[in-house]
Design a protein around this ligand. Structure first.
Ligand SMILES: Nc1nc2c(c(=O)[nH]1)N[C@H]1C(S)=C(S)[C@@H](COP(=O)(O)OP(=O)(O)OC[C@H]3O[C@@H](n4cnc5c(N)ncnc54)[C@H](O)[C@@H]3O)O[C@H]1N2
Ligand code: MOO
Length: 473
């Protein structure tokens, strides 16, 4: 190679440092998993936003036994059902109340439970004011109500309920309620099975900071905090330029032809790295055609059907990054470097002192678009993608530099011809076993790998600890 290679670690750092775009967009919650949070996420309401029951049973006030309130009149409004009626009590800090709440969790009117009264409640139901705690259904027994006079003194157990019956035909929503003899007669203690409002977050509290990679759990919390949309960092738009007269996309290749390793794999891989492929072009070993892609910002051909675009402005906007495959060498049929030079590109990484992947490059076109040139050899290309595109796309998302791990190697590795060699390995009993099939043109070793060893020029003895490049899949 005639270019001025940089060391492998420096190439990663240079790629990370050049990533800068920080545009944001708002996406529906359902599209937010895997995206990076652009602004701190604040709870719009307290979470939970009302005190609720953690059990099915009865909300009770004062010591038992309790008279179960049944009619709406008795409850001063329906404590339990609230079907189609008022919104939930205790939700004063909610900015807006959702329509179509499900039945059975809402309570109306702020009716106060008085000592000696109970009301049936379901898990998640609104705790009426005055509630001491929730008696779970399997701890209570209901007896037929013989009228107000039948309620014995406060503090008495179920045995004090006249004609106590545990028969199944006594409805749990009317009559006299007591604590089963086998249960602590003091139950429920103050606050038992009550989830107070605001225990997970106060209204206005920051729950996640900008830069968080949104998992399903983050998005579920955002929903609980009252959000319908989230501001996320716009994903970088990537155009693929796959070169090579010999590369075929279908069928059994004849001698001199190869099946395309990149067309079916790079869109998904780029998406895992936090960007989206918005265009995919094939170009033969042709200088003029290659140059055209660097001098024109048009996106050209349609995407392959499997490459779904997620909407937004991606369809018409110019890519932020062009990733080319093949043609990075110096032979007369290699046109990536000459075309970049002719387009006036600035080379930020012009070859890397690594095997495989030495001819990889990173350049910036005069219009600001970045170009990563991957070698044609498939393993070289995949490892160059991890070396350059992973740090660059992480930085474009406002994320940190992908961290290198460390691992002990089970077998010795001989000295290499470059300052750094990258070697896929399998993890067996906590140690790295370098895989077979690690030639630059092979992918079978990478396919069964758990990571990639970063091997210094001098090699390493069995038992040594080496740096590890994590795989993004
Ligand atoms: N005289 C020298 N020859 C080579 C050198 C060198 O220093 N001096 N470096 C070698 C190294 S290292 C690499 S890596 C390759 C770089 O090659 P290119 O980036 O120019 O890639 P091509 O020549 O276009 O293709 C190389 C190889 O990869 C196959 N290929 C290309 N595209 C695909 C694809 N989409 N899917 C599967 N395979 C693909 C192509 O058919 C070739 O076999 O140069 C070495 N030579
Ligand atoms: O370094 Mo090349 O990139 O061997 O395959």
């Amino acid at each position: 190679m005639t270019h001025a290679s940089v060391l492998w670690h420096d190439a990663r750092r240079l790629a990370y440092d050049v990533g800068s775009q920080r545009e944001t967009e708002r996406v529906a919650l359902g599209d937010a998993v895997g995206r990076v949070l652009a602004d701190d996420l604040v709870a719009l309401i307290a979470v939970p936003h009302y005190a609720s029951s953690a059990m099915d049973g009865w909300a009770v006030a004062g010591p038992g036994p309790w008279r179960i309130l049944t009619s709406d009149t008795e409850r001063g409004g329906s404590l339990r059902e609230g079907r189609g009626g008022d919104d939930g009590g205790g939700a004063d800090d909610a900015p807006a109340h959702a329509e179509g709440d499900s039945e059975g969790r809402r309570a109306g009117g702020g009716a106060i439970l008085r000592a000696g009264e109970a009301v049936p409640i379901v898990t998640g139901g609104v705790i009426p004011p005055g509630t001491r705690g929730v008696l779970r259904s399997e701890h209570g027994v209901v007896a037929a109500d013989r009228g107000v006079d039948a309620i014995p003194d406060a503090g008495a157990g179920v045995d004090a309920i006249p004609d106590a019956t545990r028969s199944a035909d006594v409805r749990p929503d009317s009559g006299l309620l007591g604590v089963l003899p086998s249960i602590d007669p003091g139950e429920p203690r103050e606050g038992l099975h009550v989830r107070p409002a605001g225990t997970e977050a106060a209204a206005g509290e920051t729950v996640f900071h900008a830069g968080a990679l949104l998992t399903p759990a983050h998005v579920a919390v955002a929903a609980g905090c009252g959000h319908d949309e989230i501001a996320v960092v716009r994903r970088a738009r990537v155009a693929l330029l796959l070169s090579g007269d010999e590369v075929v996309a279908r069928g059994i290749p004849g001698p001199g032809s190869v099946r395309d390793s990149f067309g079916p794999t790079l869109p998904a891989l780029v998406s895992r790295l936090g960007a989206e492929v918005v265009a995919q072009h094939r170009v033969g070993d042709d200088f003029a055609a290659t140059l055209e892609h660097f001098t024109s910002s048009r996106l050209g051909d349609a995407l392959p059907p499997a490459t779904a675009r997620s909407g937004g402005q991606g369809a018409d906007a110019a890519p932020d990054l062009i990733i080319t495959t093949g043609g990075t060498g110096d032979s007369p049929s290699d046109h990536v470097r000459p075309a970049l030079r002719a387009a006036g590109a600035e080379f930020l990484v012009d070859g890397i002192a690594v095997r495989p992947g030495a001819p990889a490059l990173l350049a910036r076109l005069p219009d600001g678009r970045l170009v990563i040139g991957l070698p044609g050899n498939p393993l070289a290309a995949m490892l160059a993608l991890l070396t350059l595109a992973h740090p660059l796309l992480s930085s474009m998302q406002g994320r940190g530099m992908p961290e290198l791990g460390r691992i002990r190697i089970a077998t010795s590795l001989s000295a290499g011809t470059a300052p750094t060699s990258l070697r896929p390995y399998r993890l067996v009993a906590g140690e790295a076993h370098p895989t077979a099939w690690h030639g630059a043109g092979m992918l079978r070793g990478l396919a069964e790998a758990d990571g990639v060893l970063v091997v210094p020029r001098e090699g390493a003895a069995a038992g040594a600890e080496l740096e590890v490049l994590p795989l993004p899949w």
